[in-house]
Design a protein around this ligand. Structure first.
Ligand SMILES: Cc1cc2nc3c(=O)[nH]c(=O)nc-3n(C[C@H](O)[C@H](O)[C@H](O)COP(=O)(O)OP(=O)(O)OC[C@H]3O[C@@H](n4cnc5c(N)ncnc54)[C@H](O)[C@@H]3O)c2cc1C
Length: 425
């Protein structure tokens, strides 16, 4: 029965693509509707005066198991470069050596630069305490409160904990969910040796999953409809009607940005509880500055913090073009109110302090995504993949899961929705 169903997927970001590929692998053709002219959503390629860049710099981890599995199926895994974690900031370095967990963390802390012995002991005690409780808290609160409860020194917070929290959760420490922060620590600093590796994309985001995904789907009989916005949904005699493209389907996976889900659910009775949950979501921005220099820059590691706390991170991206660098500032902050040229000059100055005199700057471009991710705040209840309406599913980085808004969260949700459809009697 399931193999004769018409399945529609609304949204061709990484969640929608993961769902479509999983269904295609099981022999089910789908029709995927994407409102933009290209696939990829918040992790896509962008044209910049003849160069192909990313909409925003992304970073992945070895713990991104399902993303790596998806890229393996699509044949694009070799576009990622794998490195051991090596966090570098002015006067600070924490590198985890190639030892089995947890010895890599102990050795990393022992040899860390820019922390006092008291800081190192406090960090080790904190991680040990979290490990003993399997990184599960009895109740959620802000990450800042959790660190205060464990008496973490200010220098340690500013050099280690805040940078990890803001980069991973894209949410300020005072708002960020302590439980989600613990989940990230579990899979990075305390993760298995390969789970804590950092994976850098060595090609534009569009090549990792979106373009290969589109080819993979069309070769297997699925249909990808670009520039096809779905304006709403209705349910008539057990079948879903997609408004806009005028298409009927037996099963629908909504894989749009969370801010657009309520509008799509408005015509479906019984989904009010889901919509109420989505009203609790708020958004956090990500700022990316692309710099094109006349010559390549020498980075000691592909990623460098240009300060402490919620400081910017610089990424070497000569894979896209010689001399290309991306500087990212996660989450909300005063930088968003700064005059763009002054902010750029300030970031160039910080980069020069770390790398020495810079080559001539040919061009620069700022991309700000104001709804880059949902704010990963304490006690946020995320919607399940199955909705109260039979046959209607939700995929996306915001759905039930223990990761913040990430590519891995998106991919996992898509795979889960596909499995739920395949598992129907
Ligand atoms: C600048 C930036 C940097 C990031 N950095 C990282 C990082 O370093 N590491 C990491 O893991 N994650 C990072 N993320 C988060 C990651 O990109 C997202 O979690 C992930 O891409 C979300 O995928 P998604 O499929 O859930 O949603 P989306 O990517 O939002 O996909 C939704 C798709 O649905 C389409 N759509 C919406 N409405 C409709 C409609 N009505 N009809 C048809 N189509 C529709 C949209 O056009 C879009 O293509 C970053 C995000 C941004 C923006």
């Amino acid at each position: 029965m399931v193999d004769r169903l018409k399945i529609a997927i609304i949204g061709g970001g990484w969640a929608g693509l993961a769902a479509a590929v999983t269904l295609a692998d099981a022999g089910r053709a789908v029709t995927l509707f994407e409102s933009a002219q290209q696939l990829g959503g918040r992790a896509r390629s962008v044209d910049w005066a003849g160069l192909t860049i990313d909409n925003g710099q992304h970073l992945m981890a070895g713990a991104y198991r399902q993303t790596l599995a998806l890229m393996t199926r699509l044949g694009t895994l070799d576009l990622l470069e794998r490195h051991r974690i090596d966090l570098r900031a002015p006067g600070f370095r924490l590198a985890l050596p190639r030892l089995p967990a947890p010895f890599h963390l102990a050795a990393g802390l022992l040899t860390a630069r820019g922390l006092t012995w008291a800081d190192k002991l406090a960090a080790a005690r904190f991680m040990r305490a979290l490990q003993r409780r399997h990184f599960k808290l009895d109740s959620d609160r802000s990450a800042a409160l959790l660190l205060a409860e464990y008496r973490q020194p200010l220098r340690l917070i500013e050099r280690l904990w805040r940078p990890i929290c803001v980069a991973a959760l894209n949410t300020p420490l005072t708002m960020a969910s302590a439980q989600v922060f613990c989940n990230v620590l579990r899979d990075t600093l305390a993760g298995a040796r390969d789970a804590s590796d950092m994976l850098f994309n060595r090609a534009a985001m569009g090549r990792l999953v979106p373009e290969a995904g589109q080819r993979y789907l069309t070769e297997r009989g699925s249909t990808v409809r670009l520039s096809s916005r779905v304006n709403g949904l209705t349910l008539e005699a057990g079948r879903f009607k997609l408004l806009g493209p005028e298409y009927s389907a037996d099963r629908v996976i909504i894989a749009s940005h969370p801010a657009q889900v309520s509008g799509l659910l408005a015509g479906i009775d019984g989904t009010e509880a889901v919509t109420a949950r989505l009203r609790q979501f708020t958004w956090q921005p990500i700022f990316t500055l692309w710099l094109h220099f006349a010559a390549p820059l020498r980075f000691p590691y592909p990623m460098l913090a240009l300060g402490h706390g919620a400081a910017p991170w610089a990424f070497e991206r000569s894979d896209l073009a010689p001399g290309l660098v991306a500087i990212v500032i996660s989450a909300e902050g005063p930088h968003l109110n700064q005059e763009p040229e002054r902010l750029r000059d300030d970031l160039l100055h910080k980069l020069a302090i770390e790398l020495g005199p810079l080559p001539a700057l040919l061009a620069s471009k700022v991309i700000i995504d104001r709804r880059a991710t949902f704010a990963s705040v304490a006690n946020l209840i995320r919607p399940d993949h199955a909705t109260p309406t039979a046959g209607l599913y939700l995929a996306g980085d915001y759905t039930a899961g223990d990761y913040p808004a990430t590519l891995e969260g998106a991919v996992r949700s898509g795979v889960r929705c596909a499995q739920l459809i395949l598992g129907e009697a």
